[in-house]
Each structure stands twice: as structure tokens, then as C-alpha cells.
Design a protein around this ligand. Structure first.
Ligand SMILES: [Zn+2]
Length: 521
């Protein structure tokens, strides 16, 4: 799903620093909200943390904290009680997708500097789509006899990660370990020189030749195969009366084999008794995957002795399942509330483990989201808001029609990826010096329902001085050579869809299906 409209929808990130080491970390522009006084006096803090723990919850909207915090009793509650809560944080760039968010959190730089402008973009040299981590010189390998393909690394990320800087600045042998279901999350957090970067690929836990593999992860995966969760059931954790909204979330499109109501059983394809791709998709859409990542993280603390290197080690965990659940059931669902209740417990376990093995006051936790999510358009329309789906094929059709009488060689469009329009080679150079044709093109794009604005690349590069927050955000997302020739800004609450207008109803959010590329977030 494209998420430039996340920014327009004012979905804010929630950034929390806990264990009261926040003074050593980079601050947001405004002072943090004062957290309620802690129940227990915090432990004294060592001058230099022995371990930095970076937790990212994929697609966790900032307003979930206010709405659902009464349902939390463990790790999330502890972060709120003992940490500094940056309530006024906001994403200053336009394309709030997973790879972009993780790279920004990890490097402290904006996409216009770190270069990770999207999960995937059109590569003008090879004339094909590339993912942000695709690396022709790397080869992926699976732990525990699993299978995988391709090669991934952080080579497209143009600056060092925070974890890389731990090595460079301390001159010590800091250990860096990251885990996620997604390569683009694990890799961007781990940076260029991590000791172990691990992600999940359709049943297999995977790393790449860029990082190498560690025996303890192999042992853990062999001892705890995901397939042993086959047949388990995701049940509600709280009494039904505790949940906000309807049990059947508006516009929900659950993974294959599931109904709209609890319980959700991990059973794979109909009639299947073996783990299959449907089972693994279901599994990633449950709290069981978060628990697994937590156990992997705890195990790495034990096996590598994180926090005992004499320097500052780094543990990064990106919990992906809130994103998958959000795509399937939307932000106003029992499923989102329940997976956060379960994540709260997992984080409570993780912090208790760190207290025991690293020691209270010896580690610092930073907690954030990589992006939020727009409400389901049908839900928004009930409130009277202007909401809908912006269909990319309609944009392409309108541009082609506008240029048809002007003798431009076809096809004029190489690709529209998310909301970046890439013209075929040479076309945009010609358009730039052909004012009537350029005007017709821009007017054609503006005529598509859901389009708020369209910027030309030359209006965004070199960080122009502007009073427009949206243009500034687009400029912060613009990376010459990678970004499109034209950049479309959707209206607030409008989803960008790769599907043609006729193929779907407005009432069907189906972000997984409407994405212009697979698994956009
Ligand atoms: Zn994400």
C-alpha cells in the first residue's frame, strides 16, 4: 500500500525511550510528554549503556497507545511508566513505508540522504522493479535446512546505521544482532556490518552472505520449528466486553482459510495436514510470530552474551505481525487490540529477561513504529470524510490519453510504482521542454479521483525553500535517480491502488491486493 496519505492523515508515530537513558539519545524537536511517576524507583543508569535495544512495531499507529493502553499490563505498560514518551513526533517525509521507516530510524537520516525511498522502486538502469535490499552480489541462505532464494543486503542504504556507528565510534567489538519477519526491516536495522541479520521467508529463517550465519540461530530454529505451531489457535486474550469496535471489522479481508471472527486456527490450506504457504501466511498474521521473535531475541542475549562485550551492543527487533494483522483486519479491529495485548506480554518477558541477564539500568530501549496506516475508506466515509481508492491504472490511462495526440512514442510510461511516475527513457526530458504537453500531463493526473497534488522532480530536488509541509515532505523523500519523474500526492484517507477501478468496490480495502506491488509495507 502506498502511504503518502499516512502523513496527510496525521497518523503520528509513537516514540518511547525507556530505562531513563533518553538523555543520551537524539531528541525529537519538542520536549517529551511527562510520563506518570514510576511505581518502582528506576535503577541507577550506567554512563554508557551496555546494550541498546531497538524495537520497531510495524504499522503501529501512534493513537493505539492512547486508545488501548488500558489493556496493557506488562512490557508496553512498563515503557509508558518508566520511559519518556515523545507524543508530538511526526514523520517529516512522504513515503512512509516499511523500508523507509526502518532506514530512517536506523540511520537518523532522511530518505533524501539514506536513499531508501520505498520498499521497491523502478530501476532505470535495469528497466525493472528492485526491492530496497536486493543485492546482485549477495546470496541468501536458510537456517536449519530450509530453503530461500535471491540475495539481500544494505548496500542501497547510502549511510551507516546507528549500529555501524557503534563499531566506528567506540573502536570496540560491539555485537549487532537483528530479527524480523521482513528482510527490509532486519537489514536496515542491522546496517552494513551486523553479526547476525535474520528474517523469515515462507517457512524458513534466512540470512545472507553479506552477514553470514551464526550456529546458535541454526540450533534454535532446529529445536523450535515454526511448523510445530500448526493446529494452534489464536483466541481472544481478554473478555469480549474489553474490546472496542465491532467483532467483525469493517472491510476485513482475513488470510485464506480464516473467518471474520475469533478463534483463528493455524491450519493451512483446506484439508492440509502439512505446513504450507497458507499456514505460514496465517502464522505471520498472529501473535505466535511475535512470541517467536521474542524468544529468538532472548536466546541471542544468552548465546552471544549481549551487554557483556565491554562496549555497547545492539539488539534490533522489528515485530512485523501488527502490520500483517492491520492489512487483513484494519486498525479498528479486535485483532489489532488482541495482538497488542499479546505483544505487551512478550515485551514484558523480553524486559524481564534483559533485567536478569544484562541488568536493570545497563540497557536502553527505544521503541517506535515505521509508519501507521490509514483507516479503511468505508469506515472513514461513515464519518462523512472524503475517502476512497486512487487507482494507478487510471492515472496511467489518463497520461497516455493526454499525450496521444502530441506524437510521443509509446509506451510513454515505464512504470508507476506507488505514487512515483517513471516515464520511458527520454520521454520526461522531452516533456520538460514541451510546456503544453507537460501541462496536459499534469492536468490529466490531477483529474483522477483521490489526487491532491502532483510534483515534478525538479520541484523537489535540492531541498527547495517552501512553506508547504507536503512539498517539504516530498522533498525529504526525493532521491535523484531513484525517485520518479512525477510524484503524486494522494488526498488524506485515499489509498493508492494498483488495481483497475472496475475490478474492485470502494467497500473492499484489501490493501494486500490493492498494492501496486506485492507486500508494499
Ligand atoms: Zn511497515
Amino acid at each position: 500500500m502506498n502511504s503518502r496519505n499516512y502523513l496527510l492523515g496525521l497518523v503520528l508515530p509513537s516514540l518511547l525511550f525507556a530505562n531513563l537513558c533518553a538523555a543520551q539519545m537524539p531528541h525529537a524537536a519538542r520536549p517529551p510528554h511527562k510520563a506518570p511517576p514510576p511505581r518502582n524507583k528506576p535503577a541507577p543508569v550506567s554512563a554508557r549503556p551496555k546494550l541498546v535495544v531497538m524495537i520497531v512495531v510495524d504499522q503501529m499507529r501512534g493513537d493505539y497507545v492512547d486508545k488501548f493502553k488500558g489493556q496493557w499490563n506488562a512490557g508496553l505498560k512498563r515503557l509508558l511508566q518508566e520511559g519518556a514518551w515523545f507524543r508530538d513526533a511526526a514523520y517529516p517525509y512522504a513515503a512512509t513505508e516499511t523500508c523507509v521507516g526502518h532506514a530512517t530510524i536506523s540511520t537518523g537520516a532522511l530518505p533524501s540522504t539514506h536513499g531508501m525511498i520505498a520498499n521497491a522502486w523502478w530501476d532505470r538502469d535495469s528497466q525493472k522493479m528492485v526491492t530496497c535490499t536486493a543485492d546482485p552480489d549477495a546470496k541468501n541462505s536458510a537456517y536449519a535446512g530450509g530453503s530461500t532464494k535471491g540475495g539481500d543486503s544494505a548496500w542501497r542504504m547510502r549511510v551507516p546505521a546507528f549500529s555501524d556507528e557503534l563499531h566506528f565510534q567506540s573502536g570496540r567489538a560491539a555485537r549487532v544482532v537483528t530479527f524480523s519477519l521482513k528482510a527490509r526491516s532486519s537489514i536496515t536495522m542491522g546496517g552494513h556490518k551486523a553479526d547476525a541479520v535474520t528474517w523469515f521467508d515462507n517457512g524458513s529463517w534466512v540470512t545472507s552472505s553479506s552477514y553470514g550465519s551464526l550456529p546458535f540461530i541454526d540450533d534454535f530454529v532446529k529445536a523450535h520449528p515454526v511448523k510445530s505451531d500448526l493446529g494452534k489457535s489464536w483466541e481472544l486474550s481478554l473478555p469480549q466486553s474489553s474490546y472496542l469496535y465491532e467483532q467483525k471489522a469493517t472491510g476485513a479481508v482475513p488470510p485464506q482459510g480464516w473467518k471474520l471472527t475469533f478463534p483463528h486456527v493455524l491450519k493451512g490450506k483446506e484439508g492440509s495436514s502439512e505446513p504450507d504457504e497458507v499456514f505460514y501466511e496465517q502464522w505471520g498474521t498472529t501473535p505466535f510470530a511475535d512470541t517467536y521473535l521474542t524468544r529468538l531475541a532472548e536466546n541471542s542475549v544468552d548465546q552471544l552474551g549481549l551487554g557483556k562485550s565491554g562496549g555497547t551492543d545492539f539488539l534490533g527487533v522489528s515485530y512485523s505481525s501488527v502490520d500483517y494483522v492491520g492489512h487483513a483486519f484494519g486498525p479498528r479491529s479486535w485483532e489489532i487490540q488482541d495482538i497488542l495485548v499479546r505483544l505487551d506480554k512478550d515485551l514484558g518477558d523480553l524486559f524481564a529477561h534483559l533485567d536478569a541477564k544484562v541488568g536493570r539500568g545497563n540497557y536502553v530501549v527505544a521503541f517506535s513504529a515505521d509508519h501507521g496506516v490509514v483507516p479503511v475508506p468505508e469506515d472513514m466515509r461513515k464519518t462523512g470524510a472524503d475517502a476512497g481508492i486512487l487507482h494507478v491504472p487510471e492515472v496511467q490511462e489518463k497520461i497516455e490519453k493526454a499525450l496521444e495526440p502530441l506524437n510521443y512514442p509509446t509506451p510513454v510510461i515505464a512504470r508507476i510504482a506507488s505514487s512515483d511516475v517513471y516515464f520511458s527513457t527520454g520521454t520526461y526530458d522531452r516533456l520538460k521542454s514541451d510546456a503544453p504537453a507537460l501541462h496536459a500531463t499534469l492536468e490529466a493526473i490531477r483529474s483522477v479521483p483521490g489526487v491532491a497534488e502532483v510534483y515534478r522532480a525538479e520541484e523537489l530536488q535540492d531541498h527547495p525553500a517552501t512553506q508547504s509541509a507536503i512539498r517539504n515532505a516530498e522533498a525529504n523523500s526525493y532521491f535523484a535517480g531513484r525517485s520518479g519523474d512525477l510524484l503524486i500526492v494522494p488526498k488524506p484517507y485515499w489509498l493508492v491502488s494498483g488495481a483497475p477501478a472496475a475490478s474492485m468496490e470502494i467497500s473492499t480495502p484489501r490493501p494486500r491486493v490493492v498494492s501496486s506491488t506485492a507486500s508494499r509495507n
